[in-house]
Design a protein around this ligand. Structure first.
Ligand SMILES: Nc1nc2c(ncn2[C@@H]2O[C@H](COP(=O)(O)OP(=O)(O)OP(=O)(O)O)[C@@H](O)[C@H]2O)c(=O)[nH]1
Length: 344
């Protein structure tokens, strides 16, 4: 088993050694300092692969909030299927994305960042989702910010089963300017868990994503694919609509709006080639409603326009999107409400 024999880390790695080690882990050259945006992949349908040659497995992406899990999932799938924002706790559901490359089919499971700060019903539900996601997989990508590790990371690491290989994925490597300082960090990380491999990278760098595929491929068991090679996700269009509105909501309101605001799709209809969506943004207080609507309704209008444009791109059709805002105080503390809004 790969994680029975962690890679030895040089005991007194100088910056050069570390660079060489990182280069080996990543394949040369090291990532450029600035991140490059990952373009949406034009999904090429893979050539016929005989069933006997197919490999297929589950890969869970775990980590505390805001380390870049959703950015990574989107880049791996080659399409935006998970929303991202600077606001922690954007991902609230287990999202499965697929990617088929050559003989390999990867089934990726994205998880909400594990919540340690508040014990409300929403967070209890989120944490249960994380636990469910890591128990039955072939490989775990434990995502941290390169060079950093705190209590929140430690709590996630503690949850990981010992019998499944875990790759330490040191994300946001583009933000590390003194790579030499990573050596002691890496040593301390190896003491915390017998990681199968160490991958410093940037989820925003397409070349790093290619290398990550090569690294992960060898952990997939040999078995027939579970999905069509051009399938990308098991999430419904209705779900994607709610997620897209939620992303724009968080991006455009910044830190003013508490993360407990959510989006519920009230209507989803196919009208010829067009999709008609009506959704409600649910906030906890009257004051939050104003933040969402903005002066003369400008903010809400922008949220609607940006979400509509992204959905039109995603589905390649015209979208008619109607948005409402409602106040439901205390919903995130109420188990029944949390369930009624679609959380498991
Ligand atoms: N510089 C840099 N920023 C990154 C990288 N990966 C992600 N980010 C940024 O980090 C922020 C958080 O990314 P997300 O992908 O939403 O993080 P997450 O872990 O899914 O967050 P939760 O949904 O809260 O669990 C966003 O602003 C991303 O653009 C990276 O490799 N380099």
């Amino acid at each position: 088993m790969a994680n029975d024999s962690p890679k030895p880390v040089p005991s007194s790695a100088a910056a050069d050694d570390l660079d060489a080690m990182l280069a080996r882990a990543l394949g040369k050259p090291l990532p450029a300092a600035g991140p490059t945006e990952v373009p949406m992949a034009e999904e090429a349908v893979p050539e016929e692969v005989p069933e006997s040659a197919q490999r297929c497995g589950f890969v869970a992406i775990v980590g505390k909030p805001n380390v870049g899990k959703s950015t990574l999932l989107n880049a791996l799938v080659g399409q935006k299927i998970s929303i991202t924002s600077r606001k922690a706790q954007t991902t609230r559901h287990r999202i499965t994305g697929y990617r088929t490359q050559g003989t390999d089919q990867f089934v990726f499971v994205d998880t909400p960042g594990f919540q340690t700060r508040h014990g409300n019903a929403l967070n209890r539900s989120l944490n249960k989702t994380v636990l469910g996601a890591v128990t039955d997989v072939d490989l775990i990508l434990f995502v941290v910010e390169a060079g950093r590790f705190n209590l929140a990371d430690a709590k996630v690491l503690d949850l990981l089963p010992k019998n499944i290989p875990v790759i330490l994925l040191a994300n946001k490597f583009d933000l590390v300017h003194r790579r030499g300082e990573l050596a002691p960090w890496l040593r301390s990380m190896q003491e915390r868990h017998a990681f199968a491999e160490f991958v410093p990278m940037s989820a925003k760098n397409l070349r790093d994503i290619g290398r990550l595929f090569d690294i992960c491929g060898k952990y997939l068991p040999q078995q027939p694919w579970m999905h069509e090679p051009d399938e990308l996700t098991d999430r419904s269009e209705r779900f994607m609509a709610a997620e897209m509105v939620r992303e724009k909501l968080f991006r455009l309101t910044g830190d003013e709006l508490p993360y407990t605001s959510t989006v519920v799709v009230d209507k989803f209809e196919l009208d010829g080639a067009m999709r008609r969506v009506a959704a409600t943004i649910v906030v906890e207080r009257e004051g939050h409603k104003g933040m969402v609507i903005g002066e003369k309704g400008e903010k809400l209008k922008r949220i609607g326009t940006e979400a509509r444009q992204e959905l039109e791109k995603l589905w390649d059709c015209k979208v008619f999107l109607e948005l409402w805002v409602k106040v439901r105080s205390g919903w995130a503390d109420d188990d029944a409400r949390v369930r009624s809004f679609g959380y498991e």
